[in-house]
Every structure is written in C-alpha cells, then in structure tokens.
Design a protein around this ligand. Structure first.
Ligand code: B3K
Ligand code: ZN
Length: 868
C-alpha cells in the first residue's frame, strides 16, 4: 500500500467538471448489488478532457458515454480516469458492490436485516464512481429494487414518485429529490420496519408527512423522537424563521452505525440510540440526547443541506452552526443554565484535551489525511462556541439578520466559513476582522486577569492578558478577539454599573490585544468580580480568587451559570491542593466553609433541583487530569473519592432528607420531574458512600419503575463498590440480554468498574451473548468506557490496559477503522503521563505503526502522536 497523503486547505480548486443531474438504480442483493448511475456531466474548465472520478471497493462493470460503450479509461487506486470526454455528456457507469461484506459501515451496508447507507464524508465513492466532493451539487432520481417480502420499504431522498411490482417477487420504488445536493447527503434504506406516522403543518400551511421507521416491535419506543421532531420544526420556524421544504421527512433507526445520526436530505438515518426510548428502557439523559440529536439533524436541513460546504475543511460551517442551533433549541425548551453547564463541561474536559494533544487543529483545519478524523469536538463544540461568541458580540437581532443574509446569498450553494462571517459582518456593521482568527488558530487561549482597587480615586482596574501556547505545526499564536463578559458586585451583592471615561460600558468587554487594561470609575468599595460569565469565550481563565470571593459568588452571582462556575473553581482549588497533599503523603483536608457553601446551595429551595445537582457534581477525573502537565491518575482518583466521602459524611442528613422528600409518584418526562430525579439521584450517589448506602441503593433498584432510577442505583453500586452490585448486575443482564441498546448501559458499568480486576472483567464481558465487537455501540460502551473513562484501571502500571487497547485496535483496524480511530484517543495523550507509562504507551503506538495495512484513520493519529 502507498503511504497515505495529506490534503491541504490552501490547495482548493473548483472542479474541472460538474454533475447537474444523476439517475441511480439499485438492484439490491446482499453480496452483489448492481448500481447503475447515469449522470449529466458538464465541463467547467476549458482545458479539461479527463474526467477523474472517486471510487473505492467497487467492481466496475461498464461505462458508456452518450449511449455508446466507452473503453478509453483507466482504474487507479481510489479513482477512475475517463479520457477524452466531450464538453457535455451523459455518463453511464455500472458497478457492483457487496453490502454484506461492508463492515466499515460507510457506503451501502447491511445493518441487521436492512440495507442502509452512510455517505458523509466520502462514503458515496463506495457506491459508484463519482465526483465525491461537496461542491458538486446534483438533482438525484433514485430507483430502488429489492425482494418485496424481505424489504417492503424502499426509501431514498426527496419525494416518492413512482413504484411497481416485478414478476420475480421483487418490487421497486422511485424517489426524486428536487433540491440539488452533494453526494454525501445521498441515502438509501431498504427493510422491514414498524412505522410511526404523524403530520406537521408548516407556518405557511404546507402539510408534511413525518415517518419514523424502527425495527419491528419497537413502535412504543418511537414517540419521543416524533415529539422532538415536531418541536424542532416548530422551533426553527419561531426562532430562525426557517421552514421545512419537502413533503415528507423520514427517520430510520438502525443498530449498526458509526456515529450518532446523519442528516441526509429528507431521509435521516439514525443510530437507534438516538431514536428509541420508553421509560423502561431509556434514562432521562437518553431522552435529552434524542431531543438534541433529532433537533440537530433537522436543523441541518438549512444549515448544511440548503447551504452546504465548499470543501471538507469548511466542516464547521455546518457543524459548529448546527450545534449552536441545537444547543439553543434544548435551552429554549429546557433549562438554559443546565444545558450551558453541560456544554461547558465538554469544552473544558474533552475539547481542551484535544487542543493539548497531537491532533490539535483549528475549527477550520488546514491539513487532513482522513476526513473522518475531523468530526471532532473542536470542529463541533468549539465551532459552536465560535458561533456563540458572534451571537454574543452581535446580539440576537443582528445575528438573525446575519443568518438571513447568509441564506439570501448562499442558498442552494456550497459556501465557506468566511462567507458566513462576512454575512454576519455585513448585516450587523460590526467588524469581525480580528475575530476571524478563531477559524485559523488552534489551541486554547489562557486569559490571565489581575485586579486592583484604587481606593483613593474609587476606581477598579482590571488587567487582562491573553496567551495561546504553541500547538503542533502552529508555533506562532496571535491575540484573538475575546468577548469577555464580566459583572462587578458590591458587598450586598448588588450589580455595579460599569463606567469608563464617564460613559456607561457594556458588560461584554472586547479583549482584542495581548494585554489590555480596563478601569472602571465610581466604584465605592472593593468589588467582587465575576468573569467569563456564561463561558463567553472558549478560554481558560486564570485569576487568583480567594475562597471568600468564590463563596460570595456562589451565593450572589446573578446568573446560575456563574454560581455553578464559582463552585467549580472552589472545588478545583481544593482538588489541586489535596492532590499535592496526597503526593506528599499527607491526609486529605477540606475546610468547613467550603462544605457549608455547597450545603447552602443544596438547601436553597429557590433553585431548580437540576441546577443544584450540577453544582454538586464534581469535575470528572479526565477533566482534572487536564489541569496538570504530568498527570498522577492514582492521586486524582484518590482525592475525588475522598472528596465524595467528605461531602457525603458532612451532609448526610441533608442528602437523606432531600432524597426522601424528592420521591415522586409515577414517572413522567416533564422537565420538573427530570430535575427532581437528577437531584435525588445525586443525593443517592453521595449516600452510596455512607453506612446506609447499600440498603438505599438496593431498595431503589427493587422499587424503581423507570430506567433512570434503575441506572442511578446501579451506577452508585458500581462506583462505590457496594455489596449489592453483583446481584443487580446479574439481574439486569438476565432481564435485558435480548436488547443490545439497553445492555449498553450495563456494558458501560462493566467498563467503568473501579475494582482492581476490572480488565479481567471486561475481557470476560466481551464473551457476553449481547456483546459484538462489530457493533459500534457495544464496542464504545464496553471498550471505550474502560479505556477512556476508567483512568486508574486503564493506566494500570503493568501496561495491561494498554495491551488490551492495542489488541482491540488491531482487530478494528481492518473491520472498522472509523471506530478504531475514536478508541485510540487515550493513547494520544501519552505525553501527559509519567515516564514509565509514557514509554509503555509509546511502545504500543509503535506496534500499531508497524501494522500491515494500517488504515488511514489510525495512520494519521499514530504518526502525529509519535512525532509530537
Ligand atoms: N454529519 C453527520 C456526521 C458524519 C460523520 C462522518 N464520519 C452527523 C451530524 O453531525 O449531524
Ligand atoms: Zn451535524
């Protein structure tokens, strides 16, 4: 095999040819599906005479040009060159593919009994030879032919225009999509399903058929997805003025899927995890996941499909923006502070970690070997933070004007990130010149603040410095435009007006230089400052808060996010201090005042219980690891454990009282009920570390009438290694072995099992009848939760965890490299560990580097990690 090569953003060239229309015919058979593609090809550049098409894993049967057999072509690695073609012509290509052998789950493959597709980013080339790039937009007509008994439902994008029966027990359906689209949005599904149907009338009065396809017998688990879809359609009309454009919207749930879901035009294909739910099988968190992923894929119809990306380097154009939209959707429908807190946890945990690692890249990458490797937290989550910053700088009204202008300019085309920013700038009249650097600069900026109260002149001076450390292949960093949201409080907790040079100032400061000084006038006493409110920029804030100031902010900050954040900073201080103590062989200690501050929040009846639960949730061990240059996994684990016990002991009475008071009647998925469960189960998590733990947890497991409470009990039993764990695990597995999706929760617990023999257990669990390494959900649940979320056991000193990961990666390298490439992440951070662990992990990376046929996905990451 030739060495994989990189593509560069700067090399972009518009295509030599384009395809305006394509007519596809699929004759579906498990091992030999015939694909006939007839395209209208038009030359775009005068000098071009060779048409270069992308294609992989294809058996070429024939080529015709304008109805005549064509032999002037050559097949190369991953491509087909057709020579001496005219300026405009009809190209017929017949290929044969083998869906059953397709374990990559990219292109056309079989999931259980159904045929389905996944084409983003470059999967369409596994179906036929094509201009498989997002800036070639064609109108698709698709005819699907299959056995009628086995595959009664045949679907593709757009509207169903015709159908018929054949005499050999087969039938066909023809679909037509009126909207030109890139190949990555193509979809096909054939199978036998149960269907949940509904209708939605758009604000202009058009009636849209809504159909959700699930495996037979799962109809009672599709309702929440339908509700979420209808809510999404309504919300997008109300908040963004955007209406759905086809007569039908279909969602198909499949069990074998590499990621969450896919926004194919009119025919979304979903990982069943983000569709199927009822109270017996799904937790509140699952319900929330369904709402946000259904919303996300629906919102792509405008941000992604109607306006798509010019090239894959622009991925954040659609992903960052669509994540921003789905976050706003969830926040408008549910709790804004709780949503914000959870998004910020992802930024501060795994996204900041990505920025520190060898794969660090800007939200608009410059260099890519395997595009699938760039569906990252940076492109998605940081991408959405960049959109959010523009929203903060412009305000809702200007932002919506920018959206409108963006659609006026780019609807029906493939655009760039620059186009988006330009529309925002032009519509608002606000300069985003320096702001654009967020698109090209990788890494997390550190913002360091110093404050000084000048009592004699009644001024408060705030000095803000920003610095971004070098990242791989990007040594030089420039100052960014950081919207820095602050508030000043007096001792009574009143907000002080911000005034500079006699003029009122907005609470969002424009930090644009490496160092800036802001001086606020008429400040009568030393104030307390709240900063980076709402996490107004994806940066690390460094400021030397005293305990008293943080405790003050936990009580007095005006918005809940800032109160939570103050609590997090206070926890961070004592976690760091105790990690040091543990390393010095000293005992854990925590001042009474810190505990009292948290007790105060716990007992504050004015607060949303879901918010209280967030305040009492400690940062996880991975996030904590990110605070260190060299991570001491064992010390961190010990301190988190001791902190849990300290809170549990000190507040046992309060936790117990609240736990019992929040016992609710019948399960509902109303936000209120969810919030109460969240707090109640947080109390249980602490009580798990007290004498009554085992009894309370067993009781909850026994009486629970819903998966949220069942899983909460099991998680506590697992985490606190309670005696009741074993029996619960056995009972659960007996009950749910037939249902992989439910068993995933059990696999996750096995993966996170803190017991010393966790790895042995994980290996044993792989033999469970519900486990299947070929199913990405199963693999992620068990293997990824062990490797990524059980740091103490994965990083066992003997290297056994590392060897295990290499074994798994070696298998997946051939069967499903996309999944392998996600699992390898813990290895990429090897430089953050002590020397012994570093060299063990490095040795594993070197082993992987030597693998024959190392997939591009792993190659890119292994090389970068080793070069770092
Ligand atoms: N656009 C898809 C992700 C495709 C991933 C390809 N490896 C789902 C989404 O972001 O909505
Ligand atoms: Zn998306």
């Amino acid at each position: 095999m030739t060495q994989p090569t990189a593509k560069y953003r700067s090399d972009y060239q518009s295509p030599d040819f384009t395809i305006t229309d394509i007519s596809l015919e699929f004759d579906l058979y498990d091992t030999a599906t015939k694909v006939l593609a007839v395209s209208k090809v038009i030359r775009q550049k005068d000098t071009a005479t060779t048409l270069e098409l992308d294609g992989d894993h294809l058996k070429l049967v024939r080529i015709e040009i304008n109805g005549v057999a064509w032999s002037d072509f050559a097949e190369g690695e991953g491509k087909l060159s057709v020579y001496n073609v005219p300026a405009e012509f009809e190209l017929l290509i017949e290929t044969e593919i083998n869906p059953e052998a397709n374990t990559l789950l990219e292109g056309l493959y079989k999931s259980g009994g159904a045929f389905c597709t996944q084409c983003e980013a470059e999967g369409f080339r596994n179906i036929t030879y094509y201009l498989d790039r997002p800036d070639v937009l064609a109108r698709y007509t698709t005819k699907v032919i299959a056995d009628k008994a086995q595959y009664p439902y045949l679907m593709s994008n757009g509207n169903r225009v015709d159908s018929g029966d054949l005499d050999n027990g087969r039938h066909w359906v023809q679909w037509q999509d009126p909207f030109p689209k890139p190949s990555y949005l193509f979809a096909l599904v054939a199978g036998d399903f149960d269907v949940l149907r509904d209708k939605y009338t758009t604000k202009s009065g058009r009636v849209v058929d809504l159909e959700i396809f699930v495996d037979k017998g799962n109809l009672d688990r599709a309702e929440y997805a339908m509700t979420s879809l209808i809510n999404s359609m309504k919300w997008d009309e109300e908040r963004f003025g955007l209406e759905y454009d086809l007569d039908i919207y279909m969602i198909v749930a499949v069990d074998f899927f590499n990621m969450g879901a896919m926004e194919n035009k009119g025919l979304n294909i979903f990982n069943s995890k983000y569709v199927l739910a009822n109270p017996n099988t799904a937790t509140d968190t699952d319900y929330q996941g369904i709402e946000s992923v259904i919303g996300h894929e629906y919102f792509h119809n405008w941000t992604g499909n109607r306006v798509t990306c010019r090239d894959w380097f622009q991925l954040s154009l659609k992903e960052g923006l669509t994540v921003f939209r789905d976050q706003e959707f969830s926040s408008d429908l549910g709790s804004r502070p709780v949503n914000r807190i959870n998004n910020v946890r992802i930024m501060r945990g795994p996204q900041f970690a990505e920025d520190r690692g060898p794969m660090s890249h800007p939200i608009r990458p410059d260099k890519v070997i395997e595009m699938n490797n760039f569906y990252t937290l940076t492109v998605y989550e940081k991408g959405s933070e960049v959109i959010r910053m523009m929203h903060t700088l412009l305000g809702e009204e200007n932002f919506q004007a920018g959206m409108k202008l963006y659609f006026e300019r780019h609807d029906g085309t493939a655009a760039t990130c620059d186009d988006f920013v330009q529309a925002m700038e032009d519509a608002s009249g606000i300069s985003l010149e320096r702001f654009r650097r967020w698109y090209s600069q990788a890494g997390t900026p550190v913002v360091t603040v110093d404050t000084e109260y000048l009592a004699d002149v009644k001024r408060y001076r705030v000095t803000v410095k920003q610095h971004t450390a070098p990242t791989p292949e990007q040594e030089e960093k420039l100052p960014l435009h950081i919207p820095f949201d602050i508030e000043l409080y007096n001792r009574q907790g009143d907000v002080l007006p911000l005034q500079c040079n006699g003029e009122a100032m907005h609470h969002v400061l424009n930090v644009t230089e490496a160092e800036q000084v802001f001086e606020f006038e008429n400040i009568d006493e030393q104030p307390v400052i709240s900063m980076l409110r709402e996490f107004s920029a994806p940066v690390i804030l460094e400021y030397d808060y005293s305990d008293d100031e943080l405790i003050f902010l936990m009580v007095h900050a005006r918005n809940e996010f800032a109160r939570w954040d103050a609590g997090q900073m206070l926890l961070a201080k004592y976690i760091k201090r105790n990690v040091e103590r543990v390393r010095q062989g000293e005992a854990f200690e925590l001042p009474e005042a810190v505990i009292d501050a948290f007790r105060g929040v716990l007992l504050d009846e004015k607060l949303d219980p879901a918010f209280i639960a967030e305040v009492l949730t400690l940062p996880n061990e991975n996030e904590i690891a990110g605070w260190y240059k060299t991570v001491d996994v064992d010390a961190i684990h010990q301190v988190v454990g001791e902190l849990e016990v300290a809170f549990a002991k000190a507040m046992e009475d309060e936790f117990t009282a609240i736990y019992h008071a929040l016992n609710q009647g019948a399960y509902t998925i109303e936000h209120d009920a969810m919030a109460k469960r969240a707090l109640r189960n947080t109390c249980l998590a602490y009580l798990g570390h007290t004498g009554q733990g085992n009894q309370l947890v067993s009781k909850q497991y026994q009486v629970s009438d819903n998966m949220t409470d069942t899983m909460a009990a099991m998680a506590v039993a697992n985490d606190a290694e309670l005696p009741c764990r074993e029996a619960q695990m056995t009972d659960f597995s007996d009950k749910w072995t037939h249902d992989g999706l439910v068993m995933d929760k059990w696999f996750i617990l096995q993966g996170k099992n803190p017991a010393e023999n966790a790895l042995e257990n994980v290996r044993e669990t792989m033999k469970h009848p519900a486990f299947d390494l070929k199913n990405p959900n199963r693999t992620r649940s068990l293997v990824a939760s062990f490797c990524a979320n059980n740091p103490v056991r994965f990083h066992a000193k003997d290297g056994s965890g590392y060897q295990f990961l290499t074994e798994i990666l070696t298998t997946l390298n051939t069967s499903n490299p996309q999944v392998a490439s996600r699992l390898i992440e813990p290895f990429l951070k090897y430089r953050q560990y002590d020397e012994a662990r570093q060299s063990l992990m490095r040795a594993e990376l070197e082993k992987l580097a030597k693998l024959e046929n190392l997939a591009k996905d792993l190659y890119e990451k292994v090389q970068k990690a080793l070069q770092q």
